[in-house]
Ligand binder design. Structure first.
Ligand SMILES: *[C@@H]1O[C@H](CO)[C@@H](O)[C@H](O)[C@H]1NC(C)=O
Length: 122
């Protein structure tokens, strides 16, 4: 996996798709759980699942810091790098499977892994 700091050939375009697939999966799950959910709640569920702590934790658990190529002054374990690479991975699944549903499925499995790891750590 290649970060934008390392090469112009990198996973950013895939990350755009991965983010969209993950947000879509999270919004669908929120509405499936509660059809009357407030727009703000659905929006929060979508953005929280695919960004910030949860995203960086899932990426770290997958070992992304060990496999992502970055330029010298960029940290491979920086949350934005880890999260971007994870999104790119989800986007790559969508392209390979020709399906954002498949990518959303992979995203949820990763998300569940992180949630149970978080519970186990308590
Ligand atoms: C990808 O999926 C779309 C929609 O189902 C389909 O029209 C298209 O032919 C598929 N592309 C490939 C390469 O399988």
């Amino acid at each position: 996996m290649t970060h934008a700091s390392y090469s112009r050939e990198n996973g950013r375009a895939l990350a755009v798709l991965g983010l969209a697939a993950a947000e879509s999966a999270a919004a669908l799950r929120a509405l499936a759980a509660d059809l009357d959910a407030a727009p703000s709640a659905v929006s929060r569920a979508a953005s929280e699942a695919a960004s910030g702590d949860a995203c960086a934790r899932a990426g770290a658990l997958l070992g992304i810091p060990d496999v992502v190529r970055v330029a010298g002054r960029t940290s491979a374990s920086a949350p934005t790098v880890v999260c971007g690479a994870l999104r790119a991975l989800v986007g790559a699944v969508a392209v390979d499977a020709n399906s954002t549903d498949a990518a959303g499925e992979v995203f949820w499995r990763l998300h569940a892994l992180t949630s149970s790891a978080a519970v186990a750590a308590v």
